[in-house]
Write a protein that binds this ligand. Sequence first.
Ligand code: ZN
Length: 282
Amino acid sequence: MSKTNKLIISAALTGAMTPKTACPNLPVTPEEIAADVIACAKAGAAVVHIHVRDKELNFTMETQVFIDAFEAVKAASRKESVDVIVNLTTSNGPGTDDIRLAHLKAIRPEMCSYDAGTINWGKAIFENSPVFLEKLGTATQELDIKPEIEIFDASMIGNARRLIKAGFLKEPCHFQFILDVPGGLDGTIDSLNFMLPKLPEGSTWSISGIGKSHIPMLLAGLAAGADGVRVGLEDNIMLSKGVMATNVQLVERAAAIAKLAGREIATATETREILGITRKSW
Ligand code: ZN
């Protein structure tokens, strides 16, 4: 159970998979990403999880594209006096270890994703080799970046435990359950119940469900005493049947449901305290 009544809302704005053609509200340019960051932060998101796209709007890990998005976010946040924690993705396909770390070294964000194992993802392989996870763990410690350990499958908790023991991850750790990806664990209470007792003692955790599981897993997380919930177009593009969502609508709805459940919404400052994140000056 969360040690505080404050709930951390993370907004996963863009993701790698969804084409802009399938979701016109998806922020893909630095300006669109920055605008969604500000709107979501004002609606209650303390953390924004960012992927970037190239000129053809395809997923890219090019450092310069991350820098462009980060600079746009920084400028907009200053202008609007908004405080938000930036969590940059580190995901990509096989054989790309170095580029997956380069933007972290260039930007030194406050958080980054840490996908704690390899799974099938639809027809692709989402590869996170032991060597890569060791490199990424070392980089997060050297650069003082809080890793958000993404859990798609129960075996990833075992991986994380081994990486903690070997010194590549530092406790207390923060976990993000992302359930119902094609190839991962189902988005059910059963999955969550099975995994929660396996987290190392003193860990914090958040949850998101993909697609149809989006709201059910948010509710499950609230019922189980989550430290955070994640919403956003990366995970779900529908507000209701036949109605396309925007990121800010998904954050607003999560904040409203959380308040109904008796939770207060954590600010960025409170989130840094809860997760032990070093504030970095912009
Ligand atoms: Zn992501």
